[in-house]
Design a protein around this ligand. Structure first.
Ligand code: PGA
Length: 249
């Protein structure tokens, strides 16, 4: 089973458009055999998307707070997300890290709370600039993965999927090469192996994200060591998203 995670980011702008997008995405997803499609709309559309959502699409959020409840104005709790039908949450996305200044310790608290709530976590990691020195990328990924998963048990790691998203490739139209993405995915698997052992590494799902389109999606997903893709821009255009799924059939 390969994953296609659709990260709608701050789109679309109206409930009607959200409906059109989810209905069209579900229509395409229904034809897929070996693909799990997860849609991550903005918080405000989640209950509505859920109400029009047809199986087999799964539902996720793009963020969640690190406490379940309390005096935290403007935040959304993982418990609330679960109660409206979310199974997944993206944490550590580079836009959260860069624009909202979420550091590793914040991400770690969020991962813990989400997993304790019973949500599955899509943890995003990746280097800022294109980097030729493999050992630098490797050290960076190791630090991000280690810090985000500090104190997470071997049992809980089963509910974590890691998305390798080099920041320079996000929204730029300049995707990593399939070989480069595979190398990074293997690195991530190795880091998990070192921390949690061979079987955790073997069972881990590692995704690639960053300028994935209908044109290049198959070149990533067809790699044995890559278990799917995290798609931003191409997931909010109904035509392109349907072509993207089509390319994986
Ligand atoms: P992109 O975004 O597909 O638009 O590059 C990916 C992401 O941010 O997850």
């Amino acid at each position: 089973m390969k994953f296609v995670i659709a990260n709608w980011k701050l789109n679309p702008l109206t409930q009607l458009k959200a409906k059109e997008l989810v209905v069209s995405s579900a229509r395409s997803a229904q034809k897929m055999r070996n693909t799990r499609v997860v849609i991550c709309p903005p918080f405000i559309w989640i209950p509505y998307v859920k109400s029009v959502l047809k199986k087999p699409i799964e539902l996720g959020a793009q963020n969640a707070f690190w406490e379940a409840q309390g005096a935290f104005t403007g935040e959304v709790s993982p418990v609330m997300l679960k109660s409206v039908g979310c199974q997944w949450v993206i944490l550590g996305h580079s836009e959260r890290r860069n624009i909202f200044k979420e550091n590793d310790s914040v991400i770690n608290k969020k991962v813990k709370c989400a997993l304790d709530t019973g949500l599955k976590v899509i943890l995003a990691v990746g280097e800022q600039e294109r980097e030729e020195e493999v050992h630098l990328v490797s050290a960076m990924l190791e630090m991000q993965v280690e810090n985000a998963l500090e104190g997470i048990s071997k049992q809980k790691i089963k509910n974590v999927v890691i998305a390798y998203e080099p920041i320079w490739a996000i929204g730029t139209g300049k995707a990593e090469t399939p070989q480069g993405a595979l190398n990074a995915a293997l690195l991530v698997r190795k880091i998990i192996g070192k921390k949690y052992g061979h079987s955790a590494a073997k069972n881990l799902k590692v995704l690639y994200g960053g300028s994935v389109t209908d044109k290049n999606v198959a070149s990533f997903v067809n790699q044995d060591g890559i278990d799917g893709v995290l798609v931003g821009g191409a997931s909010v255009n109904p035509k392109i998203f349907s072509k993207l799924l089509e390319a994986l059939k």
